[in-house]
Design a binder for this molecule. Structure first.
Ligand SMILES: Cc1cc2nc3c(=O)[nH]c(=O)nc-3n(C[C@H](O)[C@H](O)[C@H](O)COP(=O)(O)O)c2cc1C
Length: 212
């Protein structure tokens, strides 16, 4: 009986909602070559979501959003879909859903469980979105090398987060997925929950889901 069920479960994994129990490591499929609308339609339709239905985001779509956000698009060099100041690749991505918090790991294109539980209330969550994608800049990556002051590093981190954010917005628009970027969140609470240092700064977060 078990042997018969296993392949069916494996086939269903990409379709499962993010809230499903898919283990401590969620490995995504490679991103497809082509999806959704073309880029001009994605720009024409881009807008911030205002009310979300609560419908879960399938794991497959989440994987594609994360790759578009800041995945590796040149495996030979490890370079990313989003540029970053001095190529410091300072933006880390965390995913909050109703059951867990994960961190995106671009090399295996997977996400790893970091904290159990629903912590979406750290994001002044009025809209009840199924997924929140958090962008953290690790500004310590700019330390040394005489590149500038702490203020300069924070600006670089904010720019880098903004670029990743726009990748998310345009990808979501192309797929008809609703998103809203937000600066408001409980930064110190998030740093505490995730065990971040003072130099790992929550910059922006994206509510992600479907329009009501
Ligand atoms: C840097 C930045 C921070 C934002 N912060 C918030 C926020 O904290 N809460 C919120 O509801 N929307 C936030 N927004 C979304 C804006 O309100 C929204 O983009 C703006 O009203 C324009 O609407 P549009 O995105 O549909 O064009 C933010 C947008 C940006 C670019």
């Amino acid at each position: 009986m078990k042997l018969r069920l296993l392949p069916i479960v494996a086939l269903m994994l990409p379709l499962m909602a993010l809230s499903a129990e898919v283990g401590d490591v969620v490995k995504f499929d490679a991103p497809p070559q082509k999806v959704g609308r073309d880029v001009m339609q994605a720009f024409a339709n881009r807008k911030s979501g205002t009310s979300f239905s609560g419908r879960p985001v399938p794991v497959k779509d989440l994987g594609n959003i994360l790759w578009a956000a800041n995945g590796i698009n040149r495996p030979e060099s490890g370079m990313r879909t989003a540029p970053s100041a001095l190529n410091k690749q300072d933006i880390d991505i965390y995913i909050f859903d109703q059951k867990n918090v994960y961190k995106y790991d671009p090399k295996p294109h997977a996400m790893n469980l970091v904290v159990k539980g629903d912590h979406r209330s750290l994001f002044t969550e009025r809209m009840k979105t199924p997924v929140i994608i958090l962008l953290v800049s690790d500004v310590s990556k700019f330390d040394g090398g005489g590149y500038g002051t702490e203020d300069d590093f924070r600006r670089m981190g904010a720019f880098d987060a903004g670029i990743v954010s726009q990748n998310i917005s345009i990808y979501c628009s192309a797929l008809g997925i609703a998103t809203r970027v937000r600066a408001s969140m409980d930064g110190p609470g998030i740093q505490k929950l995730l065990g971040l240092s003072a130099k790992q700064i929550p910059m922006l977060n994206h509510a992600v889901g479907y329009n009501k």
